[in-house]
Design a protein around this ligand. Structure first.
Ligand SMILES: C[S@@+](CC[C@H](N)C(=O)[O-])C[C@H]1O[C@@H](n2cnc3c(N)ncnc32)[C@H](O)[C@@H]1O
Length: 466
């Protein structure tokens, strides 16, 4: 394992922080920005210093928007990232209010089970979703952010009056709500999922679960010109895994020269580890199966591979094409269902970055832990098994198949590959090249360790013998 490269901050160069969550992340992992979240928290804590008249006549618009977004996410209608992007695009909020809104939505979702436990003794019967969302958000502020209790009560009672719930109930609950016990990170996800994390990371599990409650930083794959340009604009590059850097932007990513010139690509270091798992790809023909929005395809094309990306959804190809164009790269696209045989020439390098439950991305997608079921894991594993069989047919003799999922469940990782190897004795697992991120062994592959904003991915590298 190679240690991440730490980059000291450069005090005095940073420009005012951009709190609005970035809307330019074509990757499925859509990180919000850690520094933004921090300043949002500071803002939340300092709310009680506002003048009395302006404080409680209208609830802060960030809180109203947060609760509306939470209602749609908790209803299961949408994921937090697109709901928030959509809401912030339509609402005209001051920068710091947009930051507060982002922090409240993600924070409430990250801590939701803990907040539910605190609220449970105070609520009888069914609580309407709007009221539940409001109470969760307010409880997050009171118990986790440490916003002064009187400010929480006044803000959210005022908000309740606008149609979110009975002010008397909100007032009574928020005055009394207190922590049900010490905050154990395990209490912030369902017991069975905490068990999967314990099985995956053993003694590191408590540290990992605590880390998943932190704000998600922004990671960018940068060319040297991109690094120079961002630093010149006052952004801070903090920590690096190879060319993937943790960045605090001085302005929205889409407005940076690094993005418009194609020198920057959002990608989690664990996502990049799947690309690294393929080893040297320069001059190789490569199949990127389940290629989605083509983030890994782009990174592979940048390394000199001739990439054909296959996905079932044509819309994803459009997004991928546009993104590749921005990066000055090219790939072929094939729209096809990978659960059945495909009329494509086998390749010497194949990546199957399979659809999965996303259980390794709880920092950036905290709502997943509120929705995930055993049944969903079983269904994902069955789909992955079928896609692995197709991937086997598309791997040339002597070639390499890399299988990856952004999930830490055993069924989707080591068990899926174990069953595959039983069905396909012509494949054997082999050692992975240096992935740069921290990993732990997991059956025939490895798991990346989700600390400091790195996602949890299972990755296996399989060689076809004959
Ligand atoms: C984890 S995402 C891939 C992310 C992508 N590799 C990237 O780096 O941007 C999984 C993809 O699998 C695709 N998918 C799901 N079921 C499929 C199927 N039966 N056949 C082909 N693609 C499928 C989804 O459309 C989705 O884009």
């Amino acid at each position: 394992m190679t240690s991440p490269r730490s980059r000291p901050g450069r005090p005095g160069r940073a420009k005012p922080n951009q709190n609005r969550p970035d809307q330019s992340r074509p990757d499925q992992n859509r990180p919000d920005q850690s520094r933004s979240d921090q300043s949002r928290a500071d803002h939340a804590r300092s709310d009680h210093t506002q003048p009395e008249q302006t404080r409680f006549v209208h609830a802060n618009p960030a809180r109203a928007l947060s609760v509306r977004v939470l209602v749609s996410v908790l209803a299961g209608d949408t994921f937090a990232a697109p709901a928030l992007d959509d809401a912030l695009t339509k609402a005209v909020l001051a920068t710091r209010d947009a930051g507060l809104c982002t922090h409240l939505v993600y924070g409430t979702l990250r801590y939701a089970p803990y907040l539910e436990a605190a609220l449970a003794p105070l609520l009888r019967g069914e609580t309407p979703l709007k009221t539940r969302a409001l109470l969760l958000c307010a409880t997050f502020e009171k118990l986790v952010l440490g916003t002064p209790p009187h400010a929480v009560v006044n803000e959210y009672v005022t908000l309740g009056r606008t149609g979110f719930g009975p002010p008397a109930l909100i007032n009574a609950v928020l005055r009394r709500v207190e922590a049900a016990g010490p905050l154990h990170p395990e209490a912030t996800l369902p017991g069975w999922l905490a068990g999967e994390y314990r099985a995956a990371y053993e003694e590191q599990a408590p540290e990992v679960l605590a880390d998943l409650l932190q704000p998600q930083p922004l990671w960018l794959a940068l060319t040297p010109a991109g690094e120079e340009s961002l630093e010149g604009e006052g952004s801070e590059l903090e920590l690096g895994y190879g060319n993937v850097q943790r960045v605090q932007l001085s302005r929205p990513l889409r407005e940076t020269e690094a993005f418009t010139e194609g020198w920057a690509q959002p990608i989690n270091p664990a996502s990049m580890a799947c690309v690294r798992a393929l080893g040297e790809v320069e001059g190789e023909t490569l199949l990127d199966l389940a290629g989605g929005a083509g983030i890994k395809a782009a990174m592979l094309a940048a390394r000199g591979a001739s990439v054909t990306s296959v996905d079932r959804v044509p819309g994803k190809h459009r997004a991928a094409r546009n993104n590749l164009k921005r990066l000055g790269l090219e790939a072929e696209f094939v729209t096809a269902d990978l659960t059945g045989p495909l009329d494509l020439a086998p390749a010497s390098r194949v990546l199957l970055d399979a659809p999965c439950t996303g259980s390794g991305t709880l920092r950036s997608h905290p709502e997943i832990k509120l929705r995930l079921t055993h049944q969903a894991v079983r269904e994902a594993a069955a789909l992955q098994g079928r896609m692995l069989d197709t991937a086997a047919d598309l791997t040339a003799p002597g070639g390499v198949l890399v299988y990856s999922v952004c999930s830490v469940t055993r069924a989707e990782g080591p068990e899926a590959v174990g069953k595959f190897l039983n069905r396909h004795p012509e494949f054997a697992p082999e050692a992975l090249p240096d992935l740069l991120v921290q990993t732990v062994p997991s059956g025939p592959g490895v798991l990346t360790v989700p600390l400091e904003g790195v996602d949890g991915f299972f990755i296996a590298r399989l060689r076809r013998q004959g």
